[in-house]
Design a protein around this ligand. Structure first.
Ligand code: ADP
Ligand code: MG
Length: 334
């Protein structure tokens, strides 16, 4: 490691002035970090990489990038019902831009502090494009993690928040970038700005995941990163079952419907990625308890269908079967 890299770590990623966790025995500055081991708890570990031009536009603000890199990892922990604890950060920079680093690290630590997470190590390298890899670790009581493989016949399928906003926000960002390249100014409405913010600043559903796991409310869960149908598909495949989805129950924001119309809103909700809401399946006996718990947490939720054994995934609208042939882009689900 060169002096320059050491300076960067020291200045921007050494958390000594920020949050301290008692369970971090050795933090940044040694060959490894060392953390405490808890009895009757397990560690959930996840990694997400974001590469410039592939996962984010070069125009992204460093503060938004740091937020999102953290949020996507927190969302994976949430989907397992784990309490976030420790992050490592591998960052590749094309050049050293002090302003960029300062805004990035400020925003990163804001998120980490909010969730009581300690940055315990990482790696800092030079490379062709900005690349951010975070490894997140969380703590979950033995036997309580929310997995994908344990959905049961008859479980109700729930999603938090609204779906499709992030994909619409990304479409707007791309459209605006194109217009600006051609020298045109792009005016953004309030609704459009809302969707763009949902893309840049998704809310990881950490409290929801914790509640689902600790109170043993859900049988299975996943976070929606690839799109509702694709991610529900992972639960169905791992649990070896199918589902009936009520298209009329999909939670769509007013802003989404206002901006793209109902038909496109539904399509974004089914197939658009990066909402980072949770999709989880709940046995009938837990429904009341679940709805009370969620009202208490203050997160919006919708029941959008039911798990069916020995059946494929099918769709209905107002109780009537809908052939997905009539919608575009669903061929690969059949
Ligand atoms: P090594 O040579 O053992 O890989 P480094 O010299 O790369 O270690 O890093 C020195 C220390 O700084 C290590 O404790 C490492 O975990 C930490 N570190 C390096 N880069 C970062 C970063 N971007 N964020 C947080 N910690 C980092
Ligand atoms: Mg290193």
């Amino acid at each position: 490691m060169s002096n320059g890299e050491f300076d960067i770590i020291q200045r921007y990623f050494t958390a000594s002035k920020r949050l301290q966790r008692k369970d971090v025995i050795v933090s940044i500055g040694d060959d490894c970090a060392i953390t405490e081991h808890y009895q009757n708890q397990r560690i959930a570990i996840t990694t997400d990489t974001m590469v410039e031009n592939t996962h984010f536009l070069p125009s992204i603000k460093p503060a938004d990038l740091a937020y999102k890199a953290a949020a996507t990892n927190l969302s994976d922990l949430a989907a397992m019902g784990a309490t976030p604890a420790w992050f490592s950060l591998a960052i590749t920079l094309p050049h050293v831009d002090e302003q960029w680093l300062s805004e990035f690290s400020q925003s990163l630590f804001d998120v980490l502090d909010h969730y009581n997470v300690a940055l315990i190590g990482g790696d800092t390298t030079k490379g062709p494009v900005y690349t951010i890899t975070i490894t997140a670790q969380g703590i979950v009581p033995k036997g309580k993690a929310l997995c994908r493989h344990s959905a049961q016949d008859g479980d109700w399928i729930y999603v938090s928040g609204t779906l499709g906003d992030s994909a619409a926000g990304l479409a707007l960002l791309l459209q605006n970038a194109e217009q600006e390249q051609m020298g045109a100014q792009s005016a953004v409405t309030f609704e459009q700005e809302y969707l763009i913010q949902r893309h840049l600043r998704p809310t990881p559903r950490v409290l929801l995941g914790l509640e689902l796991a600790s109170a043993e409310l859900a049988n299975a869960a996943i976070d929606i990163s690839d799109g509702f149908i694709a991610d529900l598909g992972h639960i169905l495949q791992r649990s070896q079952c199918g589902a009936v989805i009520d298209l009329d129950k999909l939670p769509l924001s007013e802003q989404l419907i206002e901006t793209v119309g109902l038909a496109q809103a539904e399509k974004f909700a089914l197939t658009g990625g990066e909402d980072y809401e949770l999709c989880f399946t709940v046995p009938d006996r837990n429904r009341e308890k679940l709805e009370r718990a969620l009202a208490h947490i203050g997160v919006n939720y919708s029941c959008v269908g039911q798990i069916r054994h020995k059946q494929r995934i099918s769709f209905q609208r107002n109780g009537k079967p809908v052939e997905l042939d009539s919608l575009q882009g669903f061929d690969h689900f059949k």
